[in-house]
Design a protein around this ligand. Structure first.
Ligand code: SAH
Length: 608
């Protein structure tokens, strides 16, 4: 199951920072968002109301350390629109008041209690049911789902009006609630996998206690062949699989699986909300039909590898995947579907194994606000994080349950193979690079490892691989200086660790002659002390001494520096391995920006 998104802790001034950090400590992966220019925190924003609206519409829980009224006004325009309603809380700067505002069904009161406990104050809970009963009856814990929210609201107002209720089925989380209980009550809270029959004296809560295994004949392992690399398990390995290689002709395979599952559940009077997972055979790991079906049913997809002693398909999948006692409700080999029912909700993390994922991300140059949201999401969802130690640290804060595999920066291929090994066991692996992962970084090594190892290893090919772009050092440096990359440019690594120096010289010569702006990565290091001077000598053969040069060091990181000089002035001692060197073209120009003798540097869009 997806974990709850960590909250954005939003502050306006420095006075709230200490409280914000205390709240941050409660929610791993959370970040403190501060008004740019006022406070340095993890993420900076320019304008409060648009920032809060953006967070809200993305469904990010918001903990705002400012007046409740401000928060309400900011998100008000979005409230009439019934979509996601993440928790929104207003907290007094000094932590003395904790006010849950929105997101009652998303657990705002739970958060309010947690934060208030950390601040040793009482939360300002205003939800009547919650106050009266000490819990939100309509917000059951993970693994349980409310059948119908409208019915739920009516039910709670009946309770508030003085009625009592019976509880039928297992609802351990209600044991501590102060519910008015009576065996003879008209109202009943029924915890059951059976579908709600519409009776309005019942509040039906479904435990996610049903697992459905599907081995539909006619759905090829490689169905939806357009899935590209990573898909395409061998389609001749299972007797159940239609050998029809024209599998693109089944665009609705996912819909067919979902329909079959719904029909089977209906036939047994079970609610779709009772499903804990859709289970398929491991050979379908990369088959988009099953992924589509699981998405349509809104349940996690799990895979199992049955052994001979597990019996016949499809019920052998249940046997191989389930680690809790269950009852087989349905087993139809011809239709390719089997249903299991457990006594209690089943944690999907214990069922078979998920499709492994490997996401290669770029952190951007350093500061959190220059990391793209997709990279942050991948980090939040990761079970394992790999990368050079410095970058893994930059990717934090991480949760205690996330495993970190730090390695030396030099073993790129080994690290890439390690990532596939982990991901092919069903883990969600994130590989971190700085800047953009495709620019002198890990993405190419990961693809090289896959091309080499994937041909003999179907498990590697089944890994769901994605590459998330990032803001590269050249872009981040250029933006601070102005727009030196405003016209044609090239990116060159001056490191001769992985390519011969003669190639570097040749490229420099051609780029210089072509009047391209040049961004130098890895310009110098202790092991490569003379190369930069040599490179500059070559460039100086083609470019005037007055050519603009931008030096960005540790851009986006603490202590960053930005300098603009000329090619004539540039010395290799001005540069180290944490520096980005941008050498302008013949048209790159600059003018004073009015700050401490600084200047804006840009390369015009036109050419003479
Ligand atoms: N994938 C990275 C580049 C890795 S190569 C990216 O896209 O940015 C490492 C080189 O990038 C360093 O030697 C330095 O030249 C440059 N670099 C990386 N981060 C930087 C930063 N924050 N400031 C300036 N240069 C940086």
């Amino acid at each position: 199951m997806a974990r709850l998104t960590p909250p954005a802790i939003v502050i306006l001034g420095v006075g709230a920072l200490a409280t914000a950090r205390r709240i941050q400590a409660l929610y791993a992966g959370s970040q403190v968002h501060a008004l740019q220019g006022r406070v340095e925190a993890d993420v900076s924003y320019i304008e409060l109301s648009s920032h809060l609206r953006e967070l809200y519409s993305r469904g990010t829980p918001i903990v705002a350390l400012c007046a409740a009224g401000i928060v309400i006004r900011c998100v008000a325009p979005l409230l009439s629109n019934k979509g996601v309603e993440p928790p929104v809380l207003a907290i007094a700067e000094d932590g003395s008041a904790v006010v849950p505002l929105l997101g009652g069904l998303a657990g705002v009161n739970v958060m309010a209690r947690e934060i208030a406990a950390a601040m040793t104050v009482s939360p300002a809970i205003t939800t009547s049911g919650e106050l009266r009963f000490g819990t939100c009856v309509l917000n059951p814990p993970d693994g349980y789902a409310l059948a119908d929210i409208t019915q739920g609201k009516r039910f709670v107002s009946d309770l508030l009006a003085g009625e009592s209720t019976r509880i039928e089925g297992e609802a351990p989380w209600l044991d501590e609630a102060q519910l008015p209980r009576s065996e003879s009550a008209r109202l009943a809270i029924r915890v059951t996998p059976r579908a709600w029959d519409g009776r309005d004296d019942e509040l039906v809560i479904h435990p996610r206690s049903v697992v459905v295994a599907v081995t539909v004949p006619g759905i090829g392992a490689g169905a939806g062949a357009g899935a590209g690399a990573g898909a395409g398990a061998d389609s001749n390995t299972d007797a159940n699989i239609d050998a029809d290689s024209n599998s693109d002709a089944q665009p609705d395979s996912g819909a067919r699986i979902a329909a079959l599952v719904r029909e089977t559940l209906n036939a047994h009077g079970l609610a779709t909300l009772s499903l804990a997972a859709l289970l398929a055979s491991s050979e379908h790991t990369a088959n988009p039909a099953f992924a589509d079906a699981a998405a349509s049913l809104n349940v996690p997809l799990r895979f199992a590898e049955p052994r001979p002693e597990d019996g016949e398909p499809p019920s052998n999948l249940l046997h191989a995947a389930l680690r809790v006692p269950y009852q087989t409700l349905h087993d139809d080999a011809d239709a390719g579907v089997a249903l299991a029912l457990a006594a209690l909700a089943i944690d999907p993390d214990t069922i078979g194994r998920p499709r492994g994922r490997l996401t290669v991300i770029g952190l951007g140059p350093g500061s959190a606000d220059l990391m793209v949201p997709a990279a942050r999401t991948a980090l939040n969802e990761a079970t394992d994080i790999l990368g050079y130690e410095t970058y893994v640290k930059m990717a934090g804060p991480l949760r205690a349950d996330q495993r970190v595999h730090g390695t030396d920066n030099r073993e790129e291929m080994q690290r890439a193979r390690h990532a596939f090994e982990l991901a092919s066991t069903g883990r969600s692996v994130v590989m971190v690079s700085s800047g953009d992962p495709g620019v002198f970084a890990m993405a190419a090594a990961v693809l090289e490892a896959l091309e080499e190892g994937g041909s003999t290893n179907a498990d590697w090919r089944a890994v769901q691989l994605a590459i998330v772009p990032g803001v590269s050092a050249a872009m981040a440096t250029a933006a601070q200086a102005g727009a030196p990359l405003g016209h044609d440019f090239c990116m060159l690594s001056l490191s001769d660790n992985l390519k011969p120096w003669t190639i570097i010289e040749k490229r420099l010569r051609h780029a210089a002659e072509a009047d391209l702006v040049m961004a130098f990565y890895n310009p110098i290091s202790r092991a490569r002390p003379w190369q930069l001077d040599k490179a500059l000598d070559i460039v100086r053969e083609y470019r005037a001494a007055a050519t603009k040069v931008v030096l960005g060091r540790d851009i986006g990181r603490p202590g960053s520096t930005l300098r603009t000089i000329t090619l004539g002035e540039l010395r290799s001692s001005d540069v180290d391995m944490r520096t980005m060197v941008i050498v302008g073209s013949s048209t790159t120009r600059g003018f004073a920006n009015g700050i401490d003798g600084g200047e804006w540097v840009y390369t015009p869009r036109w050419y003479e």
